[in-house]
Design a protein around this ligand. Structure first.
Ligand SMILES: [Fe+2]
Length: 178
């Protein structure tokens, strides 16, 4: 039984502020990719989807004179660190299991290596699923952050994904009791 649904996460004001700032359409597409990849990598789809949905919530825009300043972004960006902290706080507030909240926060932290001096990172399967799901939805020049989606369609897609996760989690627990 899941303690927190994706819909509860979506509706929270913290998500509305930060996930919308970095791109709700991208967060949802990444979540769908993560759901599919989770089967392939045999990781818990609930954790993979939640981490994928929240992975960019630490983003901050780096503009200079109205233009995206990539050098400034490269030098200052810590979105994965900030996102991990925000995701953890949000999940704990919503009543998520603390061990699950930590696993999701770590997958957010390691979804990119762009902020690390050596640009190398060793990922477990859950973390790899989230990083791959993000890559699958990336567009040149960061355009994936600006793709639009209506609140209505977003809520529908999130509700559908919650149902798919419920199904796969309950069929998994059925198999374990056999
Ligand atoms: Fe992303």
């Amino acid at each position: 039984m899941r303690k927190v649904t994706l819909m509860q996460i979506y509706q929270h004001p913290i998500t509305q502020k930060y996930v919308k700032r970095s791109g709700l359409a991208h967060a949802i597409s990444t979540s769908y990719h993560a759901f599919e990849l989770a089967k392939q990598y045999q990781v818990d789809p609930d954790l993979a989807v939640k981490a994928a949905f929240l992975h960019d919530m630490g983003h901050y825009e780096w503009y200079r004179d109205g233009e995206w300043d990539f050098d400034s972004y490269k030098a200052n960006d810590i979105h994965a660190i900030k996102g991990a902290e925000r995701a953890h706080k949000l999940l704990v507030r919503l009543g998520e299991d603390p061990v699950t909240a930590k696993e999701i926060a770590l997958a957010v932290l390691l979804h990119t290596d762009s902020y690390l001096p050596e640009q190398t990172v060793y990922r477990n399967s859950l973390q790899e699923v989230v990083a791959l799901a993000d890559e699958k939805d990336e567009e040149p020049n960061g355009n994936h952050h600006y793709r639009q989606i209506t609140d209505e369609l977003a809520a529908k897609k999130i509700g559908d994904l919650d149902l798919r996760i419920e199904k796969s989690v309950s069929s998994e627990s059925l198999q374990n009791t056999r």
